[in-house]
Design a protein around this ligand. Structure first.
Ligand code: ZN
Length: 100
């Protein structure tokens, strides 16, 4: 890859990252599904991850309007399932299993 091209990719990456940080801040750094506190750039289930409300495999876009932040655990559990069904599942599981 040429020097100029990798610089451009880097810029695009930074812009997407800044957008994502705004999403995290808007959610007060809490997972949109389970409400757990998250952090960016850590290794573990509470890592903040970018989540498409409508999975891209189902035609969802990468735009901010289709982006929420979920913890790594919810993100990997949900896979490409329906976001709202998953949300209900997490909430119901919480009320059945008690406080986590
Ligand atoms: Zn979560």
């Amino acid at each position: 890859m040429s020097e100029a091209k990798s610089r451009q990719n880097r810029k695009r990456y930074d812009r997407r990252r800044r957008q994502f940080v705004r999403v995290c801040e808007a959610q007060n750094w809490r997972c949109c599904y389970c409400g757990t506190e998250t952090e960016l750039g850590i290794d573990g289930p509470t890592c903040a991850t970018r989540e498409e409300v409508k999975a891209r495999s189902a035609g969802g876009s990468r735009e901010l309007t289709n982006t929420v932040m979920a913890c790594a655990r919810c993100n990997s559990t949900r896979m490409a399932g329906d976001a709202f069904a998953f949300y209900r599942g997490v909430r119901v599981g919480m009320s059945v299993g008690g406080a986590r």
